[in-house]
Design a protein around this ligand. Structure first.
Ligand SMILES: C[S@@+](CC[C@H](N)C(=O)[O-])C[C@H]1O[C@@H](n2cnc3c(N)ncnc32)[C@H](O)[C@@H]1O
Length: 206
């Protein structure tokens, strides 16, 4: 393995320690522009389109695969997008222990792995007991959490988790509500004719 694989790219968020919560100003070199966080950002198509459309906002992707994180950074750099960062880390750890509380205007969870086998259901992020509460903690008052999936059963599980969580209220999400970029997986599933469902959740309490 070459040493280059260990050297973070300049758009990679590479915390000095993983054992202390980051401060907001550490995410984007002191910028306090409105923050959006994409959990499981994959190759970053969504992040890039959003960052191009909203240059006055900051977009942080969290992704566990190094190759994808590096792709996000390389593409963003080539596109001259200074308002993107990517963090290589497991989502639940990042949300629960690392990212600053009350920092984000929006958090996105788009086409997360649905873990269809019964023995893997407990790996579903939306089914994990502390997950929604931790996402609410990341959001500012009035912030929103947006979720999309093509997996019907996962969508039902997510709805049940939301009903049990007092932190969020469900808002309408018509297609023309606001600009919302398509993700890589969304494009694939639409081409395959899959039905896509989403939840738009308003934070109403911690
Ligand atoms: C199905 S893909 C969706 C990618 C992207 N959101 C999209 O819609 O195109 C799920 C992504 O989440 C990442 N992922 C899955 N579980 C994760 C976790 N626990 N923490 C961080 N990333 C995760 C995967 O590596 C993958 O890139």
């Amino acid at each position: 393995m070459s040493t280059a694989e260990f050297e973070p790219f300049h758009l990679e968020l590479y915390p000095e320690t993983l054992f202390q919560r980051l401060r907001e100003e550490e995410l984007f070199d002191g910028s306090n522009a409105p923050l959006e966080i994409d959990l499981g950002c994959g190759d970053g198509r969504f992040l890039q389109s959003m960052a191009e459309k909203f240059p006055q906002r900051n977009f942080l992707g969290v992704e566990r695969l190094l190759g994808r994180v590096r792709k996000v950074c390389r593409r963003s750099d080539r596109a001259g997008l200074g308002n993107i960062r990517a963090l290589r880390l497991e989502t639940t750890y990042a949300v629960e222990w690392l990212l600053p509380k009350g920092s984000a205007e929006r958090v996105h969870l788009l086409f997360p792995d649905p873990w269809p086998k019964k023995k893997h259901h407990k790996r579903r992020l939306m089914a994990q007991p502390k997950f929604l509460k931790s996402v609410a903690d990341l959001l500012k008052e009035g912030g929103e959490f947006l979720f999309k999936t093509d997996h019907e059963e996962y969508f039902e599980v997510a709805k049940e988790a939301v009903e049990e969580c007092p932190c969020f209220e469900v808002l309408d999400w018509p297609e023309d509500a606001f600009y919302y970029a398509e993700t890589d997986f969304e494009r694939q599933w639409k081409e395959a004719g899959r039905h896509i469902q989403g939840l738009r959740l308003l934070k109403v309490s911690d």
